[in-house]
Write a protein that binds this ligand. Structure first.
Ligand code: HEC
Ligand code: HEC
Length: 202
């Protein structure tokens, strides 16, 4: 893992006590779409539960700075510092289960191969670990992953450094297959437990 050791982030990760009103503010501004615990209720909205803190903070900064497209006014308005801390603590720490999604087995298999060649160096362990500040993607909402890939490819969302190389030459069908692969993954499976995971009743 390469968590950036910025003082801001370390301060965020450090234990802190927040007023209950901070959590109320988060629920009021964000809970409607991201759920009470970061598990989104509707397709196309990303799950935030279990996402790493650094990425949550960076995403909110990018929305506010208009470096990343969004049509959600709450993202552009942002949150007060205490409320942002509360949001990051709540979502990053949430172990709630994400809903199991309908994925296509052929696409998952095709996506797994592409993932191994193109994406695994940053989205480690099938999307359950990361390098280069990449977000966790295991178990992420399928429609959301597809939509973000569309934004990257069309240039509306900026690629991270070297992420664009990984997408070079991939067709829309290839990218859709990788989305199915990520969406099919168990978010909290133990490291290297893929074999066991397949046998486990779910
Ligand atoms: C109206 C629904 C809605 C509300 C309210 C909302 N979000 Fe979102 N959120 C979305 C959608 C949809 C996306 C996908 C990107 C986009 O379209 O803006 C998203 C994306 C995000 C992301 C990026 C996730 C990723 O994996 O890249 C973060 C972080 C986030 N929201 C945090 C928040 C926080 C914090 C609040 C409260 C201040 C909030 N959102 C309020 C719908 C919402
Ligand atoms: C060089 C490292 C790197 C490689 C390789 C890479 N990514 Fe990423 N990826 C990132 C980073 C960093 C971000 C965060 C981008 C940002 O918002 O700054 C990201 C973001 C994403 C997102 C947005 C997720 C979200 O929650 O909004 C998706 C989807 C994604 N990558 C898919 C892929 C796929 C598919 C591949 C392989 C074809 C891939 N990435 C290869 C580093 C990488």
């Amino acid at each position: 893992m390469s968590l950036r050791h910025s003082p801001v982030l370390l301060a965020l990760l450090a234990a802190f006590s927040l007023p209950a009103s901070a959590n109320d503010a988060v629920q009021a501004a964000c809970g409607r779409c991201h759920g009470a615990d970061g598990v989104a209720a509707s397709a196309g909205t990303p799950h935030l539960n279990g996402q790493h803190a650094g990425y949550l903070v960076e995403s909110m900064d990018a929305f506010r700075a208009k470096k990343r497209p969004t049509a959600v006014p709450e993202h552009q308005a942002g949150l007060k510092p205490d409320d942002l801390k509360a949001a990051v603590e709540l979502y990053a720490g949430s172990k709630s289960a994400r809903p199991k999604q309908d994925t296509n087995a052929e696409k998952v298999a095709r996506g797994e191969a592409i993932y191994g060649d193109r994406c695994a160096s940053c989205h480690l362990d099938n999307g359950r670990d990361f390098e280069q500040e990449a977000p966790f993607l295991a178990g992420q909402d399928l429609a959301y992953i597809n939509a973000q890939n569309g934004l990257f490819v069309s240039g509306k969302r900026k690629f991270a450094p070297r992420q664009d190389d990984a997408y070079k030459g991939l067709s829309a069908a290839d990218l859709e297959a990788v989305s199915h692969f990520f969406a099919s993954q168990d978010q909290f499976a133990a490291k290297g437990s893929e074999g066991k995971k397949k046998k486990k009743a779910r």
